[in-house]
Design a protein around this ligand. Sequence first.
Ligand code: AR6
Length: 179
Amino acid sequence: MDLKIGTCTLELVTGDITKQQSDAIVNAANSRLAGGGGVDGAIHRAGGPSIMAQTRQTYPQGCPTGDAVITGAGKLAAQYVIHAVGPVWSGGDRGEQESLASAYRKCLDLAVENGCGSVACPSLSTGAYRYPVDLAAGTALSTVISFLKENQKPAVIRFVLFDDPTYAAYEAALREILE
Ligand code: AR6
């Protein structure tokens, strides 16, 4: 499903984010930037050790929840990996929504600062961090849409959703936003 926002395009697709050809891909990282499972494991496996070497050297202090940092992309087709730290879900009254929105905004700020025309994002926080996907989808999409309306870049933001239930949640959230 695609949505035009001015000259920009927001896309929803299913797939594996490590296979994306976009200028930047977003990683669902942890605040120690220590690697892990899910998207993080897949990106470091496919991209090779240079990505972790760079996070260790450039960001030894890690990255707080709701923030993001950028590195090269090693062997991946993308030019950059943007490591975003979404919140761990703990019931919804610990600022999770604001942290999730902030993580996406920081990703897009970094993408624009680094001249990326296309960015691929996973569904931050909805795997190991257990954020309910219906809620996360609404926040993710409304944050990205606001950013595109304000900035008119990057030209393409593509949500790469790993499975059909996650895709369906994002599609339903997008339809709701458009109503
Ligand atoms: N491409 C696209 N989406 C994927 C891929 C992939 N290759 N692999 C998994 N997903 P998660 P989080 C989906 O757990 O919840 C790690 O250990 C997955 O199905 O990757 O933010 C980190 O080191 C789900 O829909 O990220 C952190 O410690 C979504 O990506 C922690 O997990 C996010 O799931 C971060 O947890």
